[in-house]
Design a protein around this ligand. Structure first.
Ligand SMILES: [Zn+2]
Length: 319
């Protein structure tokens, strides 16, 4: 009986298995504390992952698992780096020492323009022996503020530069600033990327959409342990779908698993509020006046299960 129970509980654990994707920016660069990770901290984090049995896998392996619907190993971790700063060269020996694969999302304009703070095409050719080089736009724009044509032109330019200098077409994309809406998403998706990453706090389970992948930012002395406890909440968002034109967030409506009776809802600028869940439906009318152009609305239930909806104000509308 006990064996049966144990088997059942480990099976449940596996069914609810989640992978975590982290994003770094700069390494050992104290000029930018808000995006920097020291090498000492990086080594501490890598050591934690290793000693706690986490398996750092390539992003592509996770993409394949999601596509095929095969189970996600709860010990899977994916490491990504955004922007392509030169300081990554300082961190590369640690990735090599631990044998950790990675995906580095680069914007092509600073590389092509030989900006001193950024990696060169030559650097990237060397780096590509150890990890995946992926796309983070050309000019690192706020995509929601661009017309459809400008988003297409920015992305195509970056792809062309990849082909010219690296001889391949990138298959993974990360939105600059993690900013997107439905309109932006549809345009970027048409380029056929296998995986598209945002920068919303969350974990990945088998219900995750490969074209809308959550990543958790790690900066400074980050709390890796608590980040690894975050779980994916499968939520169907009904409201809000877009940033409200009059900036008043009237309703938050979502469908979640009816086993949850209580939830908490967060909106940027307003903190967490407790809400009731009735038959798997959350209906909350906060009437918040939104102050920021970028707002995150998050639903959280027990066991740190979360789902995030990003709202970005845009003069082009969101649809
Ligand atoms: Zn970026």
């Amino acid at each position: 009986m006990l064996r049966k129970l144990l088997l059942l509980s480990s099976l449940c654990l596996y069914l609810a298995a989640e992978a975590h994707i982290f994003v770094y920016h700069r390494f050992d660069d104290p000029r930018y504390p808000s995006t920097n990770t020291t090498l000492k901290e990086l080594e501490r984090e890598f050591t934690y992952l290793k000693t706690h049995g986490y398996k750092v896998i390539p992003l592509k392996k996770l993409a394949i698992a999601l596509k095929r619907g095969v189970p996600i190993d709860p010990k899977w971790v994916v490491l990504t780096i955004d922007d392509g700063f030169k300081s990554f060269l300082k961190a590369l020996p640690l990735f090599k020492k631990f044998g950790y694969p990675f995906t580095i999302f680069v914007a092509t304009k600073p590389i092509e323009g030989k900006y001193p703070d950024f990696l060169s095409w030559k650097d990237l050719r060397t780096i590509s022996q150890y990890g995946e080089i992926a796309l983070h736009s050309h000019a690192h724009p706020h995509l929601c503020d661009l017309s459809d044509q400008k988003i297409i032109a920015d992305t195509q330019k970056a792809i062309d530069l990849f082909q010219k200098h690296l001889s391949f077409i990138p298959t993974s994309y990360a939105y600059p600033y993690g900013e997107y809406n439905e309109r932006v998403r549809k345009i970027i998706e048409k380029f056929g990327f296998e995986i598209i990453c945002n920068q919303n706090r969350g974990a990945i389970d088998k219900t995750s959409d490969p074209k809308d992948i959550d990543r958790i930012a790690l900066v400074g002395k980050s709390n890796l342990k608590s980040a690894l406890h975050i779980k994916h909440l499968d939520a169907q968002w009904i409201e809000p779908k877009i940033y409200p034109h009059d900036r008043i967030l009237r309703s938050i409506v979502a469908h979640i698993d009816p086993i949850y009776k209580k939830a908490q809802v967060y909106a940027t600028g307003y903190g967490w509020k407790k809400v009731a869940v009735k038959d798997g439906v959350i209906v909350f009318h906060p009437n918040y006046r939104l102050k920021k152009r970028r707002v995150r609305v998050i639903i959280k239930v027990k066991d740190s299960k979360i789902s995030t909806k990003l709202l970005v104000r845009s003069r082009y509308g969101a649809k």
